[in-house]
Design a protein around this ligand. Sequence first.
Ligand code: CTP
Length: 872
Amino acid sequence: MELITTHANADFDALASMIAARKLYPGAKLVLPGSQERAVREFMSLSEDLVKIEYERDVSLENVTRLIIVETRLANRIGRMAQLVGKKGVEVHIYDHHPRTSEDVKAEKDVYKKTGATTTILAELIKRQGMKITPLEATIMALGIYEDTGSLTFPTTTMLDIDMASFLVSNGADLNLVSSYLKRELSDKELKLLAQLIQSTEIHVINSVHVAIAATTSEDYVEDLSLLAHKLEEAENYNVSFIMVQTKDKVQFIARSNLPFVDVARIAGVFGGGGHHSAAGAVIRDMNVSEARKRLIEYLRSHIRPDIKAKELISSKLPEATPDEPVRRVRDKIAGSNTEYAVIRDGNQIAGIAALKDLDKAISRGFGHSRIKGYMSGKIFPVKADTSAYTIQDIIYEKGVGCVPVFDGAKLLGIVTRSDLLRAFHARLFEKPRGKPSGRLYTLNLTSKIKRSFPKKMAELLKLIGRTADDMEFSAFAVGGFVRDLLLGVENLDIDIVIEGNAIEFTKRLAKEFCGSYVYHKRFGTATVFFPGGKFKIDVAMTRTEIYERPAALPTVKFGPIENDLFRRDFTINAMAFKLSGRGFGELLDPFKGRSDLKEGRIRALHDLSFVDDPTRIFRAGRFEQRFDFRIEPHTEDLIKKAVGLKMVDRTQKQRIREEIIAILSEEKPLKAVRRLAELNELRFIAPGLKLTKSTVNLFSSVDEALAWYDAARLKRRHGVNRWLIYLGALLDELSLAEAQKICDEFVFMKADCAKLISCKKTAEKTLSFLSKKEKLKPSQIYDCLEGLSTEALLLMMAKSAFQTARRRIMDYLTKYVNIKLSVRGDDFTKKGIRPGPHFRQVLKRTLHAKLDSKIKTKAEELDFAMRHFKG
Ligand code: CTP
């Protein structure tokens, strides 16, 4: 007999791993030791008929030939089943994502992989063997992965977890059910305990690392302490935290860490527990809570060693100068080095640090010959070679400096800058081959391109933006699509500016300089300036970083250097900037090799989680690919497919998807992008049954023709028309009226747009059949039939019609009839003693009909015709 088991107090990853393991060991019994977490118990009580699981007390351990242990490798966590370990005739197999330790059960087969969940390891084996899984199995396994990876957001999440989650979703995993179990609310008891934990939290600074320790007591064993740990982490955002809860005879211990050098699995090991580098736990039986806390602090004091030290952060050798050297010479020294700073020495003393940014400013104002001592910062906060990166981070934030010098005794080793810190904390992100920024390295000057590409006014405006930023001591950059289009030679008058500084203050100043107006969004630090004449507008934002202040954990949006701002963007081709302020106007900043991707025609995401972070980028990728005739490169396409598989778009606000639909359908040739979305199975996010059929494709072509005719007839200026709405009508053509209405409501399209779409759906058939009649129709009949329909609806009907006659009649309406107006006015009639009343409109209508049918022409004829009918 074969048994599959896991650890006591089983969570979803444990349960899911057992279920997955049974696929690999089909005859095995699933046996749970001890209790389970509350949510798992609830789930099992609903699915017990479908998922047969036994409890250790009901199972005989005789005749067991193989024991399969999942989600743990420790004998003391598998209850009675531990008796089978080492027993003659019993083979042990282990599947676990916890790192191996010396305490592990000895096994004949031990499968370990560094993943966020054990279920992932087993799911991969199932997938490789091409086994079938039911939607229920897929859902339970997805629960395991989503729980242990915090819905794929914990730092322990790997690409394999994402791949396997995607595999399970494509096998029918129900994510609604997954989220309903994972979003469990806390009970009153748990809430009380959480409040106690928060109150009891002490912050200890141990070897520069801030450690939170919360300890309290509870009458009963806390079943789901890891959930409380998670809530505490969410509420307080600690980098390293420990929770201890004393119950009658034991202390429950949970540890969490976001720091690469604090391995909580080792710390939990001290108390007989285990886990991962970033999440671990133990049940302590031989100490009470205060003894355990004391032991913990002792251990941390001797073991926490921040492994990032100042000396490891120094990125380059610094140029040096004396206080009397001219600014320009020092600037040249910096420019010839790899850094942005120079150290100013006065004999053996460090007199100050000069920053490239400040020297550029001084030179642009004509102070290039002045002595550097007036332009350096004398605020120096020296650190030692082994000062921790965290202490340096505190100094940089608290003292408001951009860098600190590092000394080994009296010897200056170099400096550590904000960017050095960022790179150190997020080395993993920056190391990715696609996303490796090469520092603030300006690769090309675009000044002449700017002059050639833009109207003179625009080029001047860009210069003025730079000068305004200089005056305010900010740095300004043009970014995003504007830079991309400049390099491609495509006209784009939507200027996106980012400011290293206060964007709102900057906007106010800019609007003042130009006598323009502005609006701003305080919360996002963004603003828009409108210029008199209304030709162009400028969007201004502050450079943002979402990761700087706290490594990993919950990202905070903060003002940060331009490189960080570029790193949070979608594709390499959109992650370039050029400089507007300081010296070097027009210098291109291209840390992710966007220019070479532009040349090669590649759409490339900056990092692997780009589409998980922001699923609307899936639509954007298709849009840019088709607009520029580029190719989404294979790895990025893979990432998109995974995000699609994970139904990431389902979790995105419908309004954001609506904006993407509008953007795609506003492209010059939307069919190409729509085709791509259909290929990626993305159309189902608009409506489940929506397909790109042959007739929809043909209708798109007919809309192209109708619009081409409309443009050629130069009607555009007279009637503004939403091209995207016509294409949307074409895309939804095969859906029923009710389905189209549902889409309008769900995506909250504007009421007026919905009305146009729906009116076309309601009347198209009848209208087209009337207009297709062979017999002659009077202009007034055509007018009556089409009056009140929007231009969009008319153009869509034109495209839909199979008959030239109907198309011709709509064209006549749009080019001729719609412009025919009566010259007589209301007061022409009142002067003649006619009082306004219900008959008034009727008579005017008849008069207009007569004019449309060329029975009358002049104003006098109109008046005469109308008067006859008033009297008649
Ligand atoms: N961006 C992003 N992720 C998104 C949307 C936008 O990273 N989901 C960034 C890109 O750097 C983009 C910039 O914000 O270039 C501006 O966005 P937007 O104006 O929507 O796009 P453009 O690239 O200017 O494209 P378009 O030409 O279609 O306006």
